[in-house]
Design a protein around this ligand. Structure first.
Ligand SMILES: *[C@@H]1O[C@H](CO)[C@@H](O)[C@H](O)[C@H]1NC(C)=O
Ligand SMILES: *[C@@H]1O[C@H](CO)[C@@H](O)[C@H](O)[C@H]1NC(C)=O
Ligand SMILES: *[C@@H]1O[C@H](CO)[C@@H](O)[C@H](O)[C@H]1NC(C)=O
Ligand SMILES: *[C@@H]1O[C@H](CO)[C@@H](O)[C@H](O)[C@H]1NC(C)=O
Length: 484
């Protein structure tokens, strides 16, 4: 339980006897609360052509001029493939008890498929996992974090109905190889982002392939097969590994909180729909066995209005619903921003399909820590499982080592999490994205999320702690956040 103590700190200054009074509030983390940080393979590892790794979609995509804003790639990134021991020293120094990293599918299976296994890739992750455990840091492994095998993309990627089976075979190999030591698995990172940007990107990015399918159709279908792939992995673990290995499986879903723009009934309903189109799109099938009703109805209506003979929203068979229902031991949430949502029925077709199909319009709220509290309380009420904050972080362009705005952002969000626990939500822990600056997808190296600075002009990729890393270390050591 959260213990909230109002108290005054009286600081005795060495130079004199000046006494300063300050009202502070302490938000204490419950016993066993996990403080963590995260990265993903393509964003930090580099060594994309080394030791038998096969190409991922991002290797190919990032090389196309102008798709990444600074024309950069993850070919070297933070060079963590060679510097993982140094990364683990940073983690150890901060005192995190868990590290969320991702496994590069093509480092393990260069073509994405069995039976060609790359033993050098397995060796790398064995080394990483063993080094974490030797330092008392629990590994949490994400099985795919945006970097799908290019060979499978060429077969349609997540639009291919066989993808769940390819993913299943890959995950079985991961469970069999690393499951004696990895006890927490994240199947897929942000399937919403994969479908929305990867299969329906506004830049028509071509990654993961130049699919000639009309954008909103490909968005919903790629989400559909990601959900079935997630269920496949969960069921494989449940049947073949769980009893022996005793681990647990979740998924990392990204969502913001959707706050109604006004208190009108229309806007409150619009905000509820927007949350369905964000969190519910994935969480409802996983916990309840089917898509949210508001999506089914809204997308069907609008597909009809657009002249299609059927809805662009796919349906699960009864068998698939049964297979999906109950496929997460805990829910991972990646939370960054909130939104203000209004009803908008006359939305013109185009730009953003969530908004069109959902008949909503959204305004971004960059920092909305109370929204995080509301998301946690909402998800607890709807799904009833423990929740792990698998990502939360502050992005900056003109970042500095004295990153006070990041500290303020992280502090407020961590407080939001601890308040949600006090409200009755079961939250397992909190993960800062990221332990260090890294390759931020289509923003390249322009935007920074790290609590360590990385010098990307230095061949050694020198890591330097920012003020936020000292702040986080202090919070972890004390087990509470303080707001004065
Ligand atoms: C990226 O590369 C393209 C093609 O070479 C070039 O036109 C563009 O100016 C480059 N952008 C940056 C930010 O360097
Ligand atoms: C891959 O998965 C499919 C379907 O689950 C299965 O039939 C096949 O035997 C698997 N291949 C291997 C090599 O395990
Ligand atoms: C809606 O009503 C609640 C409760 O009365 C109030 O706290 C909130 O500020 C109102 N929101 C807006 C946008 O007017
Ligand atoms: C970052 O700094 C540059 C140069 O001082 C300035 O032009 C730019 O507006 C700043 N960007 C942001 C987002 O603060």
């Amino acid at each position: 339980m959260l213990i909230k103590i109002f108290y005054s700190i009286f600081l005795l200054f060495i130079a004199g006897t000046v006494v300063k009074g300050k009202e502070c509030v302490i938000y204490r983390a419950p016993l066993g609360f996990i403080f963590s940080t995260a990265t993903s393979a393509y964003q930090v590892e580099g060594a994309t052509t080394e030791d038998g790794r096969g190409p991922s979609d991002w290797d190919i995509y990032a090389r196309i001029p102008n798709v990444v804003r600074d024309n950069s790639t993850g070919d070297i990134a933070c060079d963590s493939y060679h510097k993982y021991k140094e990364d683990i020293r940073l983690l150890k120094n901060i005192g995190v008890k868990q590290y969320r990293f991702s496994i590069s599918w093509t480092r393990i299976l260069p073509d994405g498929t069995l039976p060609k296994i790359n033993h050098k890739g397995i060796e790398y992750y064995n080394n990483l996992i063993n080094e974490l455990i030797a330092n008392d840091i629990e590994p949490m492994a994400t099985m795919v974090h945006f970097d799908e095998p290019e060979a499978l993309n060429n077969l349609g990627g997540w639009l291919n109905k066989d993808m769940p089976q390819y993913f299943g075979n890959y995950t079985r190999l991961l469970f069999a190889t690393f499951g004696d030591r990895v006890k927490k698995w994240v199947t897929i990172n942000e399937p919403l982002s994969v479908s929305t940007y990867g299969y329906c990107g506004q830049t028509d990015r071509g990654s993961p392939g130049d699919f000639k399918m009309h954008c909103p159709w490909s968005k919903y279908l790629s989400a559909h097969y990601q959900l079935l792939a997630h269920a496949e992995a969960y069921r494989i673990y449940e049947r073949e590994f769980k009893e022996k290995q005793g681990g647990s499986i979740g998924i990392a879903l990204n969502t913001g909180w959707m706050e109604p723009m006004t208190n009108s009934t229309e806007d409150r309903e619009a905000a509820a729909r927007a949350l369905d189109f964000s969190l519910g799109w994935f969480a409802e099938p996983i916990f309840k066995g089917d898509y949210p009703q508001s999506m089914k109805v809204g997308i069907a209506e609008r597909s009809k209005k657009d002249g299609y003979i059927k809805s662009r929203f796919p349906e699960f068979t009864e068998e698939e619903k049964q297979k999906l229902k109950g496929t997460a031991d805990w829910l991972g949430i990646n939370y960054y921003h909130g939104f203000k949502v209004a009803n908008r029925v006359d939305f013109p077709y185009g730009i953003s399909q969530e908004q069109y199909d959902g008949a909503t319009i959204r305004e971004l709220v960059f920092s909305d820590p109370q929204g995080l509290r509301k998301v946690l309380n909402y998800a607890t009420k709807e799904y009833g499982v423990p929740i792990m904050i698998t990502e939360n972080g502050y992005r900056a362009i003109n970042d500095s080592l004295n990153d006070t705005p990041r500290i303020e952002y992280l502090r407020e969000h961590l407080i939001g999490v601890l308040q949600a626990i006090n409200d009755g939500s079961k939250v397992l822990g909190y993960t800062v994205w990221s332990i260090m600056d890294n390759f931020e997808w289509s923003y390249g190296y322009i935007i920074k999320y790290g609590i360590h600075h990385v010098d990307f002009n230095d061949p050694e990729r020198k890591r330097t702690p920012k003020a936020s890393s000292h702040w986080y270390k202090d919070v972890i050591a004390k087990g509470y956040v303080e707001k004065c």
